[in-house]
Design a protein around this ligand. Sequence first.
Ligand code: ARG
Length: 461
Amino acid sequence: NEGALWGARFAGGPSPELVELSRSTHFDWILAPYDIAGSHAHATALAAAGYLEPDEERRMHEGLDALRRGIDDGSLRPDPADEDVHGALETALIREVGAELGGRLRAGRSRNDQIATLVRMYLIDHARVIARDVLRVVDALVAQAEAHDGAIMPGRTHLQHAQPVLLAHHLQAHAWPLVRDLERLVDWRARAGVSPYGGGALAGSTLGLDPALVARELGLDRPAENSLDGTAARDVVAEFAFIASTIGINLSRLSEEIILWNTREFGFVTLDDGFSTGSSIMPQKKNPDIAELARGKAGRLIGNLSGLLATLKGLPLAYNRDLQEDKEPVFDSVRTLEVLLPAFAGMVATLRFDTTRMAALAPEGFSLATDVAEWLVRNRVPFREAHEISGALVRACEERGIGLEDATDDLLAEVSGHLTPEVREVLTIAGSVASRDGAGGTAPVRVAEQRAQLIERAQAA
Ligand code: ARG
């Protein structure tokens, strides 16, 4: 076949079964624009080293530009005979500029150093899109926190009522992990910006090409220090897949809460019609499908990561064809997040909270018992005894079917002489929340300060 990148040492052509198995154009064509950029840079390096005359270099760049136009407008597509994006583009280049010139471009490079570089370029571009979209979710959470300044909800541990917290504190607690994901992407970018181009198949090139020039042309920071490592390592791809997974997991944890909050039993939120779905049989249904899809897609993102890690484990140096299996999972993770994040941000931005109901439920389950104990501590009662007294008050109220705030002066005194009527100052959810003003606590002043820090960190990332 005219387009094959190899064949001279073979007596016959490849079997159709091998061709079918080997072909990767159905997923690696997405890298075509990056392959063209790599070829431009490589042509410049070849010319700088004296392998292309100035006129040849110009015609090479023009030919590559023509290919790029064909990729963009869809007129250039891989042929079923093409094994991969690299072969398809070499064939197209030869058609464009002739075999004499087109056949010169492959000197000093291999598909092994090419593919390792192109994947990095692709991921760097999409990391930018994903970061922007994660930031939109953070912005939506911050806007909701701001809009519900002062609203109080039941805080939970073990999914049981624990202590009242500000709704804003809770929403910001979901924003922080996403801010750390943004920071992870920034950290990752420093490692991703290394260019394996020039490493050849594995051992480097004899032609005196300048890999730093290629790296610069491609917008990468520097060439790989080791050609074996550059062509065979995929930890940068795996790390990206990990960050995609943590983003998915963080969205999934919030999703789980939104799904619960949206139940009749909780009744904390109403989803906007534009961000919920109906049922084909039950006319009354309004379902939280975005949150459920986010929860489901977290599993898919984790699967992409674990599949890739399994592929990498046990691979000897240097390049092995197994490495071709890095692309579909990580492309899928990119696509998954790029579709999910905008819908998710819209769902969060349009959530309506029933703050009256949340506040009414906040003191349920004796959630102010710790406040009673800490009030006693401020009155110099040892905590161990304060815990006992508050626990006894809970039991007394539970027996009578009343809340802590309903305990009469007599009942308080009966439980303990330390429980004077002044304890009622901490028996409101607003008082409880306001008093938790230690660092990182749920007091409104701390939560407002925290929101400023959150915004600053998100914008710095
Ligand atoms: N398609 C391969 C990949 O994605 C790159 C080509 C390397 N192939 C080869 N036979 N050395 O990893």
